[in-house]
Design a protein around this ligand. Structure first.
Ligand SMILES: Cc1cc2nc3c(=O)[nH]c(=O)nc-3n(C[C@H](O)[C@H](O)[C@H](O)COP(=O)(O)OP(=O)(O)OC[C@H]3O[C@@H](n4cnc5c(N)ncnc54)[C@H](O)[C@@H]3O)c2cc1C
Length: 500
């Protein structure tokens, strides 16, 4: 039995731990928390919960966008926030990152220790535990690919068919008997197979005695840009041209290895009521970065007749990675409630889709501020990997998009969610209200889960949610599920389903 204390409601830490989750739209009420410090702690805590027949979940960074962890049915919540080591493991010849480490700390330690990086997500407060299993796109994905593309292995606590919790290590080595479990961890998303305690990372195909050669080098500097357009004067024609320009740029500039693949931008199309919409981005091309960035923004504005403001900034890699775009990831996020609905695009938006965006941003039917349609540049190195080489199958997309709404109090929820669902449904009206994999769209990413995909009221395509997240990789993920979590202990609203 576990000797770790059960942190119940009377313990002052309970409330703090229970409010850790980023998306305050969801609240759970576990009977108790456990704070693990070692893999043995995790084995014991899992064994105790399983023996007692309690529903168990795990939290690392708390940045889940859906209610997978803050689920009222969860009785025991294992919190990984004390497991935060980042070091070079001489035996594995790979960088080890413990599951509770937040991304900012990953970036900081990899840079200070070795001058290297893992191309992972944008917010420095995301936790390794949930993040790395979901593919992981980020600011440098066009240049270096996804974090999952560098995953060498992981240590997990799993539960076998005899209800016995035990530790297992899975690596990408072809002769590793647990190779399929490693593969599953490169895109299935957190909460599916067991509790990961550590990840190891190393660039595939590189052998060296110098750790600094075993992951991508951090850029010498990061050139940031921010462009802003006033809604005033932006009529539908100008707006549509601008969005189409952005799509065209992505179609023409998303090849791996090109100077433009060192650029990444987010077009944030906010509601008319906010007064403006904007673009932020970065480029790591050194002396050429300023020129590449300015040309990108000018190409997006081309022919619109609109004026925009343009600001730039130079930062070191760690200064940027540990506090990127504070206006986006900083202040005011502590009480955020939100819904995000993602979609991948292989080609730019159609005129009808751009009209749907314009309509939803300018309508007065919904009196809401905190909502937007966002697009980010995708592709580049991400698209050099085969769809089945990892469990993340979307490997020829050029744009990732999100309809997102954020609000402060419970009372505002219904209007924001209605707006968000309405936009998404209209965007994909031709395919059942969802981005069915086809010539233009290609599903969505599990790191940005959307439980509506499992709801026939919002997904009328007739396709199971797995067709959006994992496409043809799903049967292989199910096989791994049957082998390493045969009792389906680790599950949530969008988890890998065991084969019946
Ligand atoms: C502000 C914000 C910005 C984001 N930006 C990006 C981005 O740029 N790129 C991107 O790819 N994603 C991004 N995400 C999504 C993020 O990667 C996922 O939500 C990820 O799952 C969060 O991991 P976590 O450990 O912080 O979350 P948690 O809420 O702790 O966990 C998320 C899921 O993983 C499971 N899990 C957690 N720890 C473990 C573990 N140790 N072992 C097994 N399962 C575990 C949980 O049970 C849950 O199902 C962002 C999210 C937010 C809120």
């Amino acid at each position: 039995m576990s000797t770790l204390p059960k942190i119940g409601e009377k313990d002052p830490r309970y409330e703090v731990l229970n409010r850790r989750g980023f998306n305050k739209r969801f609240t759970g009420k576990p009977e108790y928390f456990k704070l693990a410090e070692t893999v043995e702690d995790v084995v014991a805590a899992v064994q105790e919960a399983v023996t007692e027949g309690k529903r168990l979940s795990v939290r690392s960074g708390g940045h889940c966008l859906e209610g997978f962890v803050a689920d009222p049915s969860v009785q025991v919540l294992l919190d990984m926030s004390l497991m935060t080591g980042v070091y070079f493991d001489e035996e594995k010849k790979a960088f080890c990152i413990e599951a509770g480490t937040l991304l900012g700390e990953v970036y900081r330690k990899l840079f200070l220790g070795w001058g290297v990086l893992i191309p992972a997500g944008e917010s420095p407060l995301i936790g390794a535990g949930g993040h790395f299993q979901g593919g992981c796109f980020g600011f440098l994905c066009r240049e270096h690919g996804l974090a999952a593309d560098y995953l060498y292995g992981a240590e997990l606590v799993v539960v076998n068919e005899n209800k016995k919790a035990h530790t297992i290590v899975a690596t990408r080595e072809e002769d590793d008997p647990n190779h399929e479990l490693w593969w599953a961890l490169t895109g299935a998303g957190g909460g599916n197979y067991g509790i990961v305690t550590k990840f190891w990372f190393r660039t595939p195909g590189v052998n060296s005695d110098n750790p600094a050669d075993l992951l991508p080098k951090a850029p010498a500097s990061v050139h940031l840009f921010r462009a802003n357009w006033n809604w005033e004067g932006a009529d539908q024609a100008a707006f549509s041209r601008l969005v189409k320009n952005y799509c065209d740029w992505c179609e023409q500039n998303s090849k791996a290895g090109t100077p433009e693949a060192t650029l990444y931008s987010l077009l944030m199309l906010r509601r008319l009521q906010t007064g403006s919409f904007g673009m932020i981005g970065l480029c790591t091309a050194g002396p050429a970065a300023a020129d590449i960035s300015r040309k990108h923004v000018e190409a997006v504005n081309e022919g619109t007749g609109l004026q925009f403001t343009y600001e730039t900034e130079e930062l070191s890699w760690p200064a940027f990675a540990c506090n990127p775009f504070p206006e986006l990831f900083g202040v005011g996020m502590d009480n955020a409630r939100m819904q995000g609905k993602d979609a991948f695009f292989r080609k730019g938006l159609t005129a009808e889709q751009i009209n749907a965006v314009y309509k939803h941003l300018t309508t007065t039917e919904y009196n809401i501020m905190g909502a937007m349609f966002g697009m980010v540049t995708y592709g580049g190195k991400v698209n050099t990997i085969a769809p089945d080489a990892t469990a993340t199958p979307q490997r020829d997309c050029i744009i990732s998009s999100a309809c997102s709404a954020g609000w402060g109090s419970k009372e505002e929820e219904a209007a924001h969610i209605a707006w968000n669902r309405s936009l998404y449904r209209e965007l994909f009206a031709a395919t059942g209200g969802v981005p069915v994999p086809n010539e233009q769209t290609d599903g969505a990413m599990i790191n940005h889960p959307d439980a509506d995909l499992a709801d026939p009221a919002w997904n009328t395509s007739g396709l199971h949610y797995s067709a959006f997240y994992w496409k043809g990789n799903y049967p292989r993920l199910q096989k791994a599920k049957m082998r390493w979590d045969p009792l389906n202990i680790f599950r949530h609203a969008l988890s890998i389903q065991p084969v019946k």
